[in-house]
Write a protein that binds this ligand. Structure first.
Ligand SMILES: [Cu+2]
Length: 418
């Protein structure tokens, strides 16, 4: 039987043997290896995006064309301290580095394949000629291991788009292959922003004690990440009091992710279809990001503090190990009969699971982090997964983590003496 993987390695063998340089008449070209550009010109006419726990892809101008270079390759990614995952990504990262350009730019993107199987790149949401669409088998031949494909097109739109493989995509996307493609508007934004964060929403299944995601899992994921990091490994989003902040969220996972934040409300200003006219923006505190789409929101950071920013599907703010634990809420676990009823059960809180974040549950399997973790100024935060902290401060001069917010005296809750 010819499996999918065998088919792809067959394609690789044939193509690799026949031509290292195979130029197609039009459309994406497979060319010889290029060396990555290293120069990133400064002073761009836009507020550069920040990809928390990630980077922006450098480019160089060659005869008026912005040249980028992506290398598809296996990547070892630390999800949080104590947990490393064998992923696939681009340029040593998952998600891949953010591509950033201007509406009207001509771009040339070299894609080198250092994976063990064929790949291709689809520029998701970008309006371009059919031959540049990157769908392996449909609009171009797959890129065999070891070869480089050059894509070139002019950016006719603005908006926050994505890139991802369109070749064995079930495996390749589940392994972490995706990135942002941000196209800034030529005429500027309706309201210029001071900060622009880009966060990819992802889900994975990594069996506790192992290192490699299982791409065959369809629904029961156990790790949920912002830019391939789980809380408390997620960088905080730091803004100065009064700044206008834009957040772009992208989702290529199997589920929708309703992203919620505290202390403010935002306007939904853009989808993957492009900017929404200002008169049609709508206010939310939670924006649902369906699979295959992006959402961009804007708000004014006018409320100083440490504000939770997270997916509102509750299991998406927990790390691995929680999904097969028997429900012990209300059960007296000192009763020894419980061991007969549920052989080998793992103790879970009698009054809830919050206490487990303090207990840390004894020694976990190797390469796992606690299910709910992170210590705050008032105790355990008891969160994991898709969770980070929006830190809004007055008078900061750097965007480094400013530490915990000091609430003004008398502005916190009061406990009554019992
Ligand atoms: Cu979610």
């Amino acid at each position: 039987m010819i499996t999918r993987r065998k088919f792809f390695s067959g394609v690789a063998a044939i193509a690799g043997g026949s031509a290292a340089i195979s130029r197609l008449a039009r459309g994406a070209e497979v060319v010889a290896n290029q060396s990555p550009p290293a120069v990133q010109p400064g002073n761009q006419p836009y507020t550069p995006v920040v990809t928390p726990n990630g980077t922006t892809l450098p480019w160089k101008l060659v005869d008026g064309v912005k040249e980028f270079h992506l290398v598809a390759e296996p990547v070892k990614r630390v999800f949080a301290e104590g947990m490393m995952v064998n992923c696939w990504g681009y340029n040593g990262q998952t998600p891949g580095p953010t591509i950033e350009a201007m509406e009207g730019d001509r771009v040339r993107i070299f894609v080198t394949n250092h994976l063990p199987e064929a790949t291709s790149i689809h520029w998701h949401g970008v309006i371009l000629p059919n031959g540049m669409d990157g769908v392996g088998g449909l609009t171009q031949k797959h890129i065999p291991p070891g070869e480089t494909c050059a894509y070139e097109f002019t950016l006719k739109q603005s908006g926050v788009q994505m890139y991802h493989p369109h070749s064995d995509e079930t495996v390749q996307m589940a392994m972490g292959m995706q990135g942002f493609f941000v196209i800034h508007p030529k005429g500027g934004y309706a309201a210029p922003v001071d900060r622009h964060f880009c966060i990819f929403l992802q889900e994975w299944f990594v069996e506790p004690g192992t290192f490699t995601p299982n791409p065959n899992v369809m629904t029961d994921f156990n790790l949920f990440t912002f830019n391939s990091r789980i809380f408390p490994g997620t960088d905080p989003l730091v803004a100065k009091l009064g700044q206008r902040v834009r957040v772009s969220l992208a989702n290529l996972s199997m589920d929708s992710h309703p992203i919620h934040f505290h202390g403010h409300r935002w306007w939904v200003v853009e989808t993957d279809g492009g900017p929404i006219p200002k008169s049609a923006w709508w206010p939310e505190t939670t924006v649902n990001v369906p699979p295959g789409s992006t959402r961009t929101v804007e708000f004014v950071a006018d409320n100083p503090g440490d504000w939770a920013f997270h997916c509102h599907k509750n299991h998406h703010t927990m790390n691995a190990m929680n999904h097969n634990i028997p429900n012990m809420i209300g059960v007296n676990q000192k009763e020894t009969r419980i061991n007969k009823l549920v052989p080998g059960y793992m103790a879970m809180g009698t009054s809830g699971m919050g206490e487990m974040s303090e207990m840390k549950m004894g020694p976990p399997p190797k390469n796992t982090v606690a299910m709910m973790t992170g210590d705050g100024p008032f105790g355990p935060i008891a969160m994991g997964g898709m969770f980070t902290i929006l830190k809004i401060r007055e008078g900061i001069t750097s965007y480094d983590d400013p530490g915990w917010f000091r609430q003004p005296e008398g502005t916190g809750p009061g406990f009554l003496k019992s």
